[in-house]
Write a protein that binds this ligand. Structure first.
Ligand code: UDP
Ligand code: MG
Length: 345
């Protein structure tokens, strides 16, 4: 960014930019340069200079924050948000969403798997269809393992069958949302956030934009299996209480064999060969025992979440925000849902 452009920027009134781009970054040092270049070009193409780029450092262990701070220093349209530690993708994203100021907000990953150049088409779709949300829907995913593709496909289908909210298949967080949809999203205080589901829950007119997902620009996935499982559990428990009915289903299912066994037991007793039956006894004990454990586990998932929600903790803690002052946005520093840099000290 030239000095001239910076001066221009400072002279602008401190209203909302037309577009904010929010990007959570966890150990994405190597992606940042190219990311910033491509996102900036895409934004300039559709809203000229009227945009901001909010990069959230989610407690990275590499030079991600130094790189973000440097980008913010060079470019008045870059706002850097440094979280106090790794809070996880969905909370880092939420932190960025509370800080951003735009009329519309593009959510995108740092690894360039989702092409930022689509923002123009998304803005257009929003204008033409009067939509509040334009979400990217994947046609093809390049460079991902067969396991990741299959598990993702299965996950979205299971989730869909379990929830009452209409969460579209094969979508990530890559989407453009309007300010009023964002306000609705930020009004949801829950700790275990499955942002794409929460956006679907909001309603309004939401429309897909089909695209092919590319390979990661650099680095490796920040979603190992353990995080994927936790993410899936958050999604299911966050949007459905159907698993809690598992106990009833088991109960109903077992009623028939239990009745047959009762008949058999009584018959054996009358016939006088009651010592036999150790096998069937063990089978019943093991079967019931495991069914009970499963149901207990499911209850545990929900009770644990109730407990965490009951604490009402802030969702994230921001260590520092850089670059925001140049937009004249004092409100950048007062995030809802989290603890801002001023209060964090
Ligand atoms: N991410 C994050 N915090 C985390 C894990 C991931 O902010 O704890 C970010 C990451 O930098 C990326 C986005 O979330 O911008 C999605 O992660 P990734 O691309 O690794 O997930 P995948 O595409 O493999 O599902
Ligand atoms: Mg990715």
């Amino acid at each position: 960014m030239s000095a001239e452009a910076t001066v221009l920027q400072q002279a602008e009134p401190a209203g909302r930019p037309r577009l904010s781009v929010v990007i959570p970054c966890f150990n994405e040092e190597d992606c940042l340069g190219e990311l910033c270049r491509r996102v900036t070009a895409a934004c300039v193409d559709c809203v000229a200079q009227d945009y901001e780029l909010v990069l959230v450092n989610d407690g990275s262990g590499d030079g991600t924050w130094a790189a973000i701070a440097e980008l913010a220093r060079q470019d008045a349209r870059v706002v850097g948000v440094d979280l106090s530690r790794n809070h996880g993708h969905q909370l880092a994203l939420t932190a960025g969403l509370t800080v951003c100021q735009g009329e519309r907000v593009l959510i995108i990953d740092a690894d360039l798997q989702d092409p930022p150049e689509l923002v123009g088409a998304m803005m257009q779709a929003m204008d033409q269809e009067g939509a509040d949300v334009v979400y990217g829907q994947r046609r093809e995913r390049a460079g991902e393992t067969a396991f990741k593709k299959a598990s993702a496909a299965l996950f979205y289908r299971v989730l869909r069958s379990m929830t009452d909210v209409d969460i579209p298949l094969d979508t990530g967080d890559f989407r453009l949302i309007s300010r009023r949809a964002l306000e609705a999203l930020l009004a949801m205080p829950e700790q275990h956030r499955f942002v794409r589901g929460m956006v679907s829950w909001i309603g309004f007119h939401q429309t897909p934009l089909l695209y092919d997902r590319a390979e990661r620009f650099s680095g490796v996935t920040k979603y190992p299996l353990s995080k994927m499982v936790r993410f899936a559990l958050d999604a299911i428990t966050g949007f459905s209480i159907r698993p809690l009915r598992l106990a009833s289903y088991f109960g109903l299912l077992l009623a028939v064999p239990a009745f047959l066994l009762l008949v058999y037991t009584l018959y054996s007793w009358l016939a006088g060969h009651t010592v036999q039956g150790w096998t069937s006894l063990m089978v019943v004990v093991l079967f019931l025992g495991s069914a009970q454990m499963i149901v207990l586990g499911v209850f545990g998932e929900y009770v644990g979440r109730l407990y965490m929600e009951a604490k009402r903790r802030p969702l994230f803690v921001i260590r520092a925000i850089v670059g925001a002052a140049r937009r004249g946005g004092a409100s950048h520093a007062v995030p809802r849902l989290g603890v801002g840099p001023d209060s964090a000290g």
